[in-house]
Design a protein around this ligand. Structure first.
Ligand code: DGY
Length: 319
């Protein structure tokens, strides 16, 4: 009998076909409140789960007594209760590597869009307000030759540093759990304390995974340390920043602006004050969202689940 996989993320057709040829598949391409009960019912005899973002906690796991593996279609795995999975002997995998450069591109697009006020000025043109050369109040700030501070120098942080240093002649500061000698040599990056990074950088990029240690890493105190002409970029996880404190900082102009791909609650609520602030650029968590990269992520996640269910070690086992 074939193993049963419950899929809760839309897959490219050819990959879905492949999966259906090899496994018994229950497919929930748009998991929402209407399909959720049916999804939960399917867990009873599921051997594998394949999807992204969904919080996998004790409650869900209690409904899935036959589960052998959860394959996350993402590099982040803060949605998984790892100690509980370990206790139950359930494998967990993610999709690192294939999304590194694409996510760095998205983060850098936030740097540029926020500094040059691209969405605001696009709206200005479309609303028919462009009747003469724009005045200083609509000017942006330079990116090139400025200082960028990267918090979390993993693979994506390193690609952001590469773009900043080689493409925009920026000085790179970084703060990370470990020193990265190679990045220091190749990109002239300087390791410093978090406080030093915050007080010196024109662009502060939060790139660290979300863990209990990074919960609200950036709060009022940290925002007050930042320069008044600094821009905060978050391409990691919303909960790494105290959103209430950020809103206060943006309203009171402690900092110049923010470019955000992630939020404390996703999708962001309509009444979130961030959406009313002119000095914020908001994206709907699109770090890895290109056709090519999402395809590679899905393919890798399928390889992980297939290996796991066939008794082999998946290439991206989370330890
Ligand atoms: C990841 O892979 O963790 C990204 O945040 C998803 O876009």
């Amino acid at each position: 009998m074939k193993d049963k996989i419950v899929v809760y993320r839309k897959l490219p057709n050819d990959l879905l076909n492949y999966l259906q040829n090899h496994f018994e598949v229950r497919y929930f391409p748009n998991l929402d409140e209407h399909s959720y009960t049916q999804f939960l019912n399917e867990l009873t005899d599921a051997h594998g789960l394949l999807g992204a973002s969904l919080k996998i906690d004790q409650e869900i796991l209690n409904l899935a007594p036959n589960l052998k593996i959860i394959s996350n279609i993402s590099v982040g795995y803060d949605n998984l209760d790892l100690p509980e999975l370990k206790r139950r002997g359930i494998l967990a995998t993610n999709t690192p590597g294939v999304l590194t450069e694409t996510t760095a591109d998205a983060v850098f697009s936030l740097v540029l869009a926020t500094a040059r006020r691209i969405p605001e000025l696009d709206h200005f043109v479309r609303s028919g307000n462009w009747s003469a050369s724009i005045e200083e109040e609509l000017f942006g700030v330079d990116v090139h030759h400025k200082t960028i501070g990267i918090i979390g120098m993993g693979g994506i942080g390193q690609e952001v540093a590469k773009r900043a240093h080689l493409g925009f002649d920026m000085q790179v500061l970084y703060h990370s759990r470990t020193r990265k000698q190679e990045v220091e040599e190749k990109l002239g990056a300087t390791y410093c304390s978090l406080d030093e990074l915050l007080s010196q950088s024109h662009f502060v990029c939060v790139m660290t995974p979300y863990t209990p240690e990074t919960d609200k890493l950036i709060r009022e105190r940290e925002l007050q340390l930042m320069r008044s002409d600094a821009i905060l970029i978050n391409g990691s996880r919303g909960k790494n920043i105290d959103e209430g404190a950020l809103i206060k900082a943006l309203k009171q102009k402690w900092i110049l602006g923010a470019g955000l791909d992630v939020y404390e609650v996703e999708p962001i609520k309509e009444d979130n004050p961030l959406l009313t602030l002119q000095n914020v650029v908001t994206l709907p968590h699109i770090g890895s969202a290109t056709k090519e990269t999402r395809y590679k992520m899905a393919k890798l996640a399928i390889e992980n689940i297939e290996k796991g269910l066939n008794g082999q070690t998946p290439p991206n086992l989370i330890k």
